[in-house]
Every structure is written in structure tokens, then in C-alpha cells.
Ligand binder design. Structure first.
Ligand SMILES: C[S@@+](CC[C@H](N)C(=O)[O-])C[C@H]1O[C@@H](n2cnc3c(N)ncnc32)[C@H](O)[C@@H]1O
Length: 213
């Protein structure tokens, strides 16, 4: 039974990263229509917020894989002007829209239902965030996707990536995640990078495209 469960989890995870958008959407909608992800409704105090507050410069934020509106509503409202959250799950976005309206952020926050691998922004941003969503960018697409989005960073703008390097089992390192973190550190100008001494070892990396000298 254990092997069957592990195999199904692996196949599901594979489809959620490499599958066609329509199938990924169905899988994510099913997850957000259940209570599976309710635990991310309240992530106030998360280690990513000081970085968002530092680099937002009262400007514009693009959140790729934004989920149910936790970042959009927990981030201090007075540190940014506008926020666009992109997510493949309509069910997650329905929560995000409702929560933003209830919080009086209906004008400040907006949401787009799209696969971030194909999404085309129409403006420039101070921050482009992948918070717990870069797991779902296939390794071979990390650089092309970031190069595409880099064209939508303002001068001085930054990417911020938050990822867990471990999981709930103490001492376990997720090698596919650390490979992505290493790739970012090799290919971009790192502004700040920290692994937090917290359960599952969250990492926050702030970076920019390499300056051309
Ligand atoms: C682990 S949740 C993280 C949610 C939120 N950013 C947070 O940190 O709490 C991953 C999110 O990425 C979204 N996602 C996964 N693959 C995606 C894709 N290809 N395009 C857009 N969103 C995607 C999921 O629907 C989900 O909301």
C-alpha cells in the first residue's frame, strides 16, 4: 500500500508540474475545493514578509502562484500600491478575491486565473514573487521563465523566491529543491539569501538578472 501511495503521489506531483494547463487546473481546483490547503489561509508572520516590505517600495507586486490570498492580505497594506496575483486554480482565486474585498483591498489587489508558465504581464513590477510555487516550474524551464519575467521588472526591481529545502522529517533535504536554489544562485545576481532555522528549512532568495558589464 505504501509503495502504491508513494507512486500515486509522485505521478500527481509530476502532472502538477509537467502536465497540460487544463489538467493542472483541474487537480489544483480539486485541492482548493477541499480543506487540504486551509492551513495556508493564515500565514501571518511568515519569514517572507520582511523581504516583501523591504523591496516593495510602495510599488507594484506580481505574485505567481498566489494561492488563496494569504500574501495579498497579510502583507501590510501601506507598503505597496498594487498587487496582481496569478494562479491556475479558480477555487483558490475565488477565496483570494473574497478575502481582498472583505479587507477593503478590492481595488489594491487583483487576480488573474492563468498558468504562470504562459502568463504575459502587461506592466512592470518592483517585486516578482514565487512563494512556494517554484516547485511547479519544471527544472529546465526555471531560467527561460525567469528571463521572460525579468523583462517586467522595473529598474532596481527584484525576484523573490521562497521555498522549503526540507520537509516535516528532521534532517531530510529535498534535492530537487536545493538544485533549483543552486541554479538561481549560479545564474542570477543574488541580493540576499537566507535559509531559516525553522521546521522544513524555508529559504528566501532575493535576486536580479545579472548586470551586463
Ligand atoms: C503551495 S501553494 C502556495 C500558495 C501561496 N503562494 C503560499 O505561499 O501560501 C502553490 C500555488 O501555486 C499554484 N500553481 C501551481 N502551479 C501553477 C501554475 N503552473 N500556474 C499558476 N499557478 C500555479 C497553485 O494553484 C497554488 O495556489
Amino acid at each position: 500500500m505504501y509503495i502504491v501511495d508513494r507512486t500515486l503521489t509522485f505521478v500527481r506531483g509530476f502532472i502538477m508540474s509537467y502536465g497540460p494547463s487544463g489538467i493542472k487546473k483541474k487537480l489544483w481546483d480539486k485541492e482548493f475545493s477541499s480543506s487540504k490547503w486551509d492551513f495556508i489561509d493564515n500565514t501571518a508572520g511568515d519569514c517572507v514578509y520582511p523581504y516583501l516590505e523591504k523591496y516593495a517600495h510602495n510599488g507594484n507586486i506580481l505574485d505567481l502562484g498566489c494561492g488563496p490570498g494569504n500574501t495579498a492580505n497579510e502583507l501590510a497594506a501601506n507598503v505597496y500600491q498594487s498587487y496582481i496575483g496569478v494562479d491556475i486554480s479558480e477555487a483558490a482565486l475565488a477565496k483570494a478575491v473574497r478575502r481582498s474585498q472583505e479587507n477593503g483591498r478590492g481595488q489594491q489587489n487583483s487576480f488573474v486565473n492563468s498558468d504562470f508558465l504562459g502568463y504575459k504581464p502587461t506592466q512592470e513590477f518592483d517585486i516578482i514573487l514565487f512563494r512556494e510555487s517554484m516547485y511547479h516550474v519544471p527544472y529546465g524551464q526555471v531560467i527561460p521563465i525567469l528571463e521572460k519575467y525579468a523583462k517586467h521588472l522595473k529598474p532596481g526591481g527584484v525576484f523573490i523566491v521562497r521555498l522549503y529545502a526540507g520537509d516535516h522529517r528532521p534532517g531530510v533535504i529535498k534535492t530537487r529543491v536545493t538544485a533549483k536554489l543552486d541554479l538561481l544562485k549560479r545564474e542570477f545576481d543574488i541580493v540576499e539569501s537566507r535559509q531559516f532555522d525553522l521546521p522544513a528549512m524555508p529559504n528566501v532568495v532575493v535576486f536580479r538578472p545579472r548586470s551586463k558589464s
